[in-house]
Design a protein around this ligand. Structure first.
Ligand code: C2O
Length: 421
């Protein structure tokens, strides 16, 4: 820890990370040469309620598909196109930004540190607003993949099929904008394993509910969430991860390789500098969903050379956001943070270095310019601590059933909460 603090003191600050974008192909957030970046202002009203993707009403399913289809149809150069939106994530985790100034030109990464939760909250907030704007609906809310509940422990059906039936003609098909070909074919209708990173378990069919192995696996998933949200989540550092500084923001692989090379376990960083929110269900769902391209470089969209367990799209951070399910996955990660602070007594950091860290995003709904000419908005971590300030809520917050009988509701809705592992 002393070592990490020392590196932080040397000045690898979050706010410096945006200065340089090393890849001209990306729709980079602007540097100071761009004059029009406005500061984020709080939403006055909560208009969007995020709901579980597997329980969506038909109407909302169609809206979601229509919005994503429209986003995919925008020209690539538009910062709100699906390609450009997904490139944002890629840019922020695949070494396209560098710390500057820095003595080592280290890559900046929004993973593996306390920046993880707030940055992803910002990212999907602007994504959600763009989708809403595309279909002219300011109540549009991103559905979340409810993998912490037994009924949601599979890839939500709306994402699964390549084609949909055409409502106007049942014999015709139209392609499903939520589909992604780079998924693990064995997991399309399987029970998710929230500890997949460690187990690499064989798939159990999602409808095989009477199978004792199925019941066991569900319980194990609930335990994983219990660990992530309660047992191992004591305090912001455990839950969110370590303070961002150069050492912690390295990719885990690099960190581990380095300590291996040094043959010195005393300099080896803890198994991860990510918090439980990032390290547990979040990571496993990524790897579980992605298509494995092990040992065949030709099928690896990320350009890997077929190392074991090489996966994309969801399975690899650089390509994950190319899969539309990424955003619904992260809506649930975001909900997990929100539940931690609102229902589980979690307290976020009070460190101003965290609270004042800011990022710039394109906003479709921020000005009069909309989709064609989105407004650049600078948003700080302190702006995003409460979803209400961003104009959205989760069904957990607004559900009448919850207000009437919190204990019963909590048991049904958050079955991991009172589990005795
Ligand atoms: Cu930026 Cu789930 O990762």
């Amino acid at each position: 820890d002393a070592q990490l603090d020392e590196q932080c003191r040397r000045g690898d600050k979050v706010s410096d990370a945006l200065v340089k974008c090393t890849d001209k192909g990306f729709p980079c957030p602007p540097t100071s040469t761009n004059p029009i970046v406005v500061d984020f202002t709080r939403q006055q009203e909560v208009k969007r309620t995020r709901e579980p993707a597997h329980l969506l009403r038909m109407e909302n399913r169609e809206k979601y598909k229509e919005a994503v289809a429209k986003m995919k149809a925008l020209p690539k150069e538009n910062p709100l196109s699906f390609d450009a939106q997904s490139a944002i994530h890629e840019a922020y985790c695949d070494g396209h930004y560098r710390y500057d100034p820095t003595e080592k030109n280290r890559p900046f990464d929004v993973h593996f540190s306390w920046i993880f939760a707030p940055w992803h909250r910002m990212y999907i907030y602007f994504y959600e607003r763009a989708l809403g704007e595309l279909i002219g609906d300011d109540t549009f809310a991103l559905p979340y993949w409810n993998w912490d509940h037994p009924s949601g422990m599979a890839l939500p059906a709306i994402f699964r099929d390549k084609d949909d039936r055409d409502p106007s003609d049942s014999k015709k098909k139209k392609s499903n904008p939520l589909y992604d070909p780079n998924r693990n074919g064995d997991h399309l209708n399987a029970l998710v394993d929230l500890d997949f990173i460690n187990t690499r378990s064989k798939p159990i069919p999602f409808d095989d509910t009477t199978n004792p192995a199925y019941q066991q696996a569900v319980q194990k998933n609930l335990c994983t969430i219990y660990q992530q949200q309660i047992r191992l989540a004591k305090g912001p550092r455990c839950f969110h991860g370590d303070k961002l500084c150069s050492e912690t923001s390295f990719r885990m692989k690099e960190i581990n390789e380095r300590s291996k090379r040094r043959q010195d376990s005393s300099t080896k960083l803890k198994s991860s500098t990510s918090g439980t929110l990032e390290r547990l269900a979040h990571s496993s769902v990524h790897v579980w969903t992605g298509r494995s391209c092990a040992r065949d470089p030709r099928t690896c969209a990320a350009g890997h050379d077929g190392e074991p367990h090489c996966t994309n799209d969801m399975g690899f951070l650089g390509s994950a956001s190319r899969d539309p399910v990424f955003y619904s996955h992260h809506a649930n990660v975001d909900r997990m943070w929100h539940l931690w602070t609102t229902k589980l007594g979690g307290k976020d950091f009070e460190d101003t270095e965290w609270l004042d860290a800011s990022f710039v995003f394109y906003d479709a709904g921020g000005g009069s310019n909309g989709i064609e000419n989105p407004q650049l908005v600078r948003i700080k971590v302190s702006d995003v601590l409460k979803p209400a300030n961003l104009g959205y809520a989760y069904d957990d917050d607004v559900d009448e059933a919850y207000k009437k009988d919190p204990a019963k509701y909590s048991k049904e809705k958050l079955p991991w909460r009172d589990i005795k592992p």
